[in-house]
Each structure stands twice: as C-alpha cells, then as structure tokens.
Design a protein around this ligand. Structure first.
Ligand SMILES: NC(=O)c1ccc[n+]([C@@H]2O[C@H](COP(=O)([O-])OP(=O)(O)OC[C@H]3O[C@@H](n4cnc5c(N)ncnc54)[C@H](OP(=O)(O)O)[C@@H]3O)[C@@H](O)[C@H]2O)c1
Length: 266
C-alpha cells in the first residue's frame, strides 16, 4: 500500500495511528506522522518503532498518497495552505474536521477529498466512522479509505447534507451518553447510600447490556420499554417523566451543537 500520512497527533490522530497499526491494516513503514509539538512526535516514535516522522506538514505531503488531516477545524485551512503547494492533485486528502465542507476543501485542493468522522470509541474498535466522498474521489480511492477506517469500527457512507446530524449522533454521542450515564449514576447515589463509584459501575453495565440486548434481539427501544415497564409499576413513571421533558431538552441540545458546528471554521 502507498504511504498514509497523519497530520496532527492529538486524540484522533494518535487513536487512528494505533488502530491502523494494531489491526495490521498498515505496517509502521507505511505510516508518516506530522504534528506541531515535539513531545507528541517523540511519543509516537517511541510507541511505534519504524514509523516515519515528518519534519513538516509539507514534507509529509510530499511522501504520502493518502493524507489524513487530524488537526482542529480552526487549524485545518492553515495546514492546507502549507501542503497544497507541494501536492500534484492525485493525493487523496482525508479531512476529519467537523464543520468544514467538501466545497471549502475542494476550493483549496482540486483533487480527491473525503470527509471522515471517526469517534472516540473507535479506540476500542467500536462505533461508526462516517465517510463522505467528494466529487473527484474514484471507486478505488473510496474503497481504500473505507477499508482503512474499518480497522477502527464500522464505516457508514453518509450524504454531506446529513453529516452534521450524523456527527452529533455518532461522534459527539459518546460524550452525550457519558454525560447521561453520569447523571443516572448520580441520581441513584443521591437517592441512596450507594457509593458513587458503585452506582457508576451499575450505570455503565446498564448501558452496555441495553445496547447488547437491542442489537442481539433486533427489538426496538419501544419494544424494550414495553418489556421493562410493568403496568402500574415504577418504570412507567420514569419513562413518562422522560417523555414529558427529554424531547425539548434533546432538541435544544442538538440545535445548540448544530449552531457551533456551523461556526467551527472561524
Ligand atoms: N475527538 C473526537 O472525538 C473527534 C471525532 C471526529 C472528528 N474529530 C475531528 O478530528 C480533528 C482532531 O480532533 P482532536 O479531538 O484529535 O483534537 P486534538 O486532540 O486537539 O488534536 C489536534 C492535534 O493537531 C495538532 N496540530 C495543531 N496544529 C497543527 C499544525 N499546524 N500542524 C500539525 N499539527 C497540528 C496538535 O498538535 P500538538 O498537540 O502536537 O501541538 C494536536 O495534537 C478535529 O478536526 C475534530 O473536529 C474529532
């Protein structure tokens, strides 16, 4: 395989390098990394003997056929300004930047461009990576990128018009669910003498068990509610409380996140 470059060795960049190498989809000699701080690059070189560290982003771009940009959205255009002048238009640019559209990316680089949205849970091979290919991406290039990212979970192609909402769900989602687990555990601890850490174990187990149940049985959330909520029992009070309050809370949260998403470029 031609070399794959990763620019930005932060949360996503380091997680992806680990996923690509640990899964065997890439060998260390097929990966080049560039990042801003020396400390991150030293940690990368120490963790992955044989990996190449580029002196600059442009140096990386000269050496790679696929270039994954894993810097923050606010830093993405600056990185593009550094690398595009040394690219010949055949390299496949893969942007992780939330909120930066294909149009903006293709205006900067007149070659194959894809937007890819992994998730923090990709670190354990779970969760969905969203992919959205630009107009100049050929079938082989699309398959190559989808195969690469399938090393860290499942891959779902999504139209760009739906990418924002899908990102909030699948990629911001782990943080949203983590916040909900924390609240559930906190409520149980406040209403009892259960230590918070034990309540958190129960809440975390609840989440994985519920996901496994829905996935393995194919039942819908509504089916499961019907199975759990004994008529006249306690669950129906809780479910009704959520139904009364949560749609407004969730719609408000999504609207606020979409507003931030739309302004991330700045
Ligand atoms: N976190 C998520 O769950 C997630 C999920 C999907 C998509 N994304 C997207 O992935 C991207 C990265 O997010 P993140 O959470 O990984 O951010 P992060 O932890 O802040 O990592 C960004 C990295 O970019 C490096 N960097 C900044 N400017 C650079 C430059 N000019 N040249 C080279 N490297 C540079 C920084 O390097 P140093 O630390 O070395 O200074 C930093 O480590 C964002 O665009 C985000 O929207 C994130």
């Amino acid at each position: 395989m031609d070399r794959v470059g990763v620019i930005g060795y932060g949360h996503m960049g380091s997680m992806l390098v680990k996923g690509f190498l640990a899964s065997g989809v890439l060998a260390p000699g097929e990966v080049v990394v560039a990042s801003r701080s020396r400390g991150n690059l030293d940690a990368c070189a120490a963790a992955w003997p044989g990996i190449a560290i580029a002196a600059t982003n442009a140096d990386l771009a000269r050496r790679c056929r696929t270039i994954v940009i894993a810097v923050r959205p606010q830093e993405t255009m600056g990185v593009l300004r550094e690398i595009v002048p040394v690219m010949d238009g055949s390299e496949h640019l893969v942007s992780l930047a939330a909120g930066i559209g294909l149009h903006d990316l293709e205006e900067m680089y007149a070659g194959p461009v894809s937007r890819v949205v992994p998730t923090a849970t990709s670190a354990v091979g779970e969760g969905t990576t969203l992919v959205c290919h630009g107009q100049w991406v050929g079938t082989d290039e699309a398959l190559m990128v989808e195969n690469l990212f399938s090393a860290v979970g499942s891959v779902m192609p999504v139209g760009e018009e739906d990418l924002a909402a899908a990102t909030l769900l699948s990629s911001c989602g782990p943080a949203l669910l983590a916040a909900i687990i924390g609240e559930l555990a906190g409520a149980a601890a406040r209403a009892s003498s259960l230590p918070p850490d034990r309540a958190l174990v129960l809440a975390t187990d609840l989440l994985t068990a519920t996901a496994a149940y829905l996935r393995e049985t194919g039942r819908t959330p509504e089916d499961l509610i019907g199975e759990v909520a004994t008529r006249g029992g306690v669950t129906e009070v809780g479910v009704q409380g959520f139904r009364d309050r949560l749609p407004g809370v969730f719609d408000g949260v999504f609207a606020a996140m979409l507003e931030r998403y739309g302004g991330l470029r700045k």
